[in-house]
Every structure is written in structure tokens, then in C-alpha cells.
Ligand binder design. Structure first.
Ligand code: SF4
Length: 303
């Protein structure tokens, strides 16, 4: 059976750097059955085409043939909780699809026990549960391991796996951010002993997370993790005063790294305003937040 794969983000973004895990597993599964697999070419006829789209805002390709098997949270008509069949999900990803990718990606846990208003994870993945051991996810040709777990510290299995990674030689990134409320002294010690690709990432999406995050940063500081190694995702809702408040509260840590994400959810009809995008793209990304408040920035820019 000839297989064509379509990665909507790869097609749309000029410099796509993040590989699509589902497509890599589909590719591995079909190749294990000796099926020829390649990136979808509209001029070629395939017996089966798979398309994956992760983000709402990535445009759909109108030229994909009828009958294309589509998946991913970016397709609004696909149920959020749809999953790969187990025999495909357990495949080791085919990294040859993304030759520029020099790290392993995957999950040690799935799901999250929380129900944050803006987040699709509980609907998509359900409650937190063990998923893999780290040895099943790493690659032999690189020491980098990017984990996409949504709330790894909410899982005993997740914490134990992190602990087992100490001394393994692998450098990790938890790219979805950790929940600072779950950083106990024991967890802080584990985190401080791991090798990180670059940052330790946390989320601060509402004011109630400021105090736990500051406590976690202070705790990590005692184990030698300096604030310049901390990276914080800030959700930016229409309440920009709230986003500004969180920004100012975290700036007490010199050289901390903030990353704003304007709230967007096409399925719920939520789209960011131009001011939210200004906060995200110009005020935070450009680093202006380091030397002025949001109010000062707005005054300077007359917006
Ligand atoms: S804690 Fe994180 S993953 Fe869990 S529901 Fe909230 S935002 Fe989503």
C-alpha cells in the first residue's frame, strides 16, 4: 500500500522545526509492513493519505483528496479525544521523516488531573497516568530528550522516571512547562540533579500561581538553579492588566525568561485581540518587559 503523509504545520510554516509524533509513528508502522511511505505530493496518487494538523490557526490544505485520514487538534471536526490505534501508538517514531530533528520526543505520562478553563488536555487525554519508561523514548544517536508531558509532576511514575534519568547522560526539556505547586523539596532536588538542554519551564497562567512559582524558584535556587535557567509561560487573556501584574511579579527574578501566549481557541470561538498580540509579540518576545512596564510600553508606543 502506498502511503502519503501530510504535515499541515510543516507545509505552512517557513521554518518548521518541531516534528509530528503521530506521523512519525504512522510512518514507522507502515514501513514495518513494507509499505512505501513519503511526504504527500499532490501530483502523485496514493492508496492512503494521512494528514495531521496540530494548531487551529494553521490553514487546511484544500487540495487534500477526499478520503484523506485526518487527525490532530487543529482539525475542528475531529473529536479531541481521538487517538492512534494502540498497535501504531506503541511504534518507535520514524525520525528519518525529519532529518533536521536532533532530539527524541515523546511522553512519559499522559493526561492531567486539573481542569483549567483554557486547556484542552483533560478532554484530549483524560486523567494523568503512566505512559512510557524513558528508555522507550530516547534515541541512541542523540543525548537530547524533549518530553511533552502536560503535567509530569502530578504523576508518581513521572517523578520516578525523572529521578531515574539522573546520571543517564541524557539532557532533557519538559517543553509544556511544569506545575510549580508540585515542586516539593524532594522534587526540587531531583530537578536540580537532571541535565537540562537549556531551561526549566513552568507556567504562570493566573495570579494564584505567582506565589507557588516564586516558592519553587527559591527552592530550586537553594539547589543551585539560577533564575536565568527558568522559563515561564504566561497565558495572556483579554485581561491584560492581569498579565501585566504577573509579569511585574516575576521580574523580581533578574534574567528570568518570560514567554507570553495569547489565548486562542478556535473551537471555543476565542481569538486574541490586537492588544493581546502586541503584549505577546512585541512587549514580551522583544524583551521590552525587562526594562519597562506594560503601561510604560503602551504610553511610549501610544497604543
Ligand atoms: S495544569 Fe496544565 S495541562 Fe493541566 S489542565 Fe491546567 S493548563 Fe492543562
Amino acid at each position: 500500500m502506498t502511503i502519503g503523509l501530510h504535515d499541515a504545520e510543516k507545509e505552512h510554516m517557513k521554518r518548521k522545526t518541531f516534528p509530528n509524533l503521530a506521523l512519525m509513528k504512522l510512518s514507522a508502522w507502515h514501513k514495518s509492513r513494507k509499505d512505501p511511505v513519503e511526504w504527500w505530493n499532490p501530483l502523485v496518487s496514493y492508496e492512503r493519505i494521512y494528514s495531521s494538523k496540530v494548531f487551529d490557526f494553521t490553514p487546511e490544505n484544500p487540495y487534500l483528496p477526499a478520503g484523506t485520514i485526518r487527525g490532530g487538534t487543529g482539525y475542528p471536526d475531529i473529536p479531541l479525544n481521538s487517538q492512534l490505534p494502540p498497535e501504531i501508538d506503541r511504534m518507535f517514531p520514524d525520525y528519518t521523516l525529519y532529518p533536521a530533528c536532533d532530539y527524541a520526543i515523546g511522553y512519559l505520562t499522559r493526561g492531567c488531573p486539573n481542569h483549567c478553563r483554557w486547556c484542552i488536555v483533560p478532554q484530549k487525554e483524560g486523567h494523568v497516568r503512566p505512559y512510557r519508561r524513558w528508555e522507550e523514548v530516547v534515541r541512541q544517536d542523540t543525548d537530547k530528550l524533549v518530553l511533552m508531558d502536560n503535567n509530569i509532576l502530578a504523576s508518581d511514575h513521572g517523578i520516578r522516571e525523572l529521578e531515574r534519568l539522573i546520571g543517564s547522560g541524557y539532557r532533557i526539556d519538559l517543553n509544556q512547562g511544569m506545575d510549580a505547586r508540585l515542586v516539593t523539596p524532594e522534587v526540587a532536588k531531583i530537578l536540580s540533579r537532571l541535565k537540562w538542554i537549556r531551561f526549566l519551564r513552568f507556567s504562570c497562567d493566573q495570579r494564584s500561581q505567582i506565589a507557588p512559582l516564586c516558592r519553587a524558584i527559591d527552592l530550586l535556587g537553594k539547589y543551585g538553579i539560577k533564575p536565568y535557567r527558568i522559563f515561564v509561560y504566561l497565558l495572556v487573556t483579554k485581561d491584560l492588566e492581569d498579565a501585566s501584574f504577573r509579569t511585574e511579579a516575576l521580574k523580581i527574578y533578574r534574567n528570568i525568561n518570560l514567554y507570553a501566549q495569547a489565548e486562542r481557541n478556535d473551537r471555543m470561538g476565542i481569538n486574541p485581540s490586537s492588544l493581546q498580540l502586541e503584549f505577546q509579540q512585541r512587549y514580551i518576545y522583544s524583551g521590552c518587559y525587562r526594562k519597562e512596564t506594560w503601561e510604560q510600553y503602551r504610553e511610549r508606543k501610544s497604543i
